[in-house]
Design a protein around this ligand. Structure first.
Ligand code: NI
Length: 162
């Protein structure tokens, strides 16, 4: 496994729509592993492939010590609404409030190409939505209504970066 460089906002790769993975293989499994290591080393709760410069529909999310590897993920249903703070590893030092569904069900393929379905609530639902947006070139800053720079005190606090 290897830690990859995280692209930051302004990098054109983050604005592109990613292509689906047509067949899971060791190449993509290695990318998933690298994404997980990169996410963990940056204390993030999620990472999408374009954030490490790869224009494929691959996402990792880790919430409550459960790792979700999502290949070609799609949201199949949503429920309710939540409004709260969000950050992004590609937009270091900033946070903003974004409206998201409270509950989200995602279907995807796992690392072996087998179909999986996950339902997440709260932070997990928020992370799924945030990461799937990255696959379509969307960064949360375009949805946040009060984007602000974090102060030094806040920098180490509870902000979850995705
Ligand atoms: Ni992000």
């Amino acid at each position: 496994m290897a830690i990859r460089n995280i692209r930051v906002e302004g990098d054109p790769v983050l604005a592109k729509v990613c292509r689906p993975v047509t067949e899971m293989n060791d190449h993509y499994r290695e990318i998933l592993d690298d994404m997980t290591e990169t996410m963990r080393s940056a204390d993030g709760v999620g990472l999408a492939a374009p954030q490490v410069g790869i224009l494929r529909r691959l996402v990792v999310v880790e919430v409550d010590d459960v790792l979700y590897e999502l290949v070609n993920p799609e949201i199949v249903s949503t429920e309710g609404e939540q409004y709260g703070s969000e950050g992004c590893l590609s937009v270091p030092g900033y946070a903003g409030n974004v409206k998201r569904p409270m509950k989200v069900t995602v279907k995807a393929l796992d690392r072996n190409g087998e179909p999986v379905e996950y339902t997440g609530e709260g932070l997990l639902a928020r992370a799924f939505c945030h990461e799937l947006d990255h696959l379509d070139g969307i960064i949360y800053t375009s949805k946040a209504d009060d984007l602000h720079k974090l102060g030094e005190d806040e920098e180490d606090s509870e902000e979850d970066e995705e």
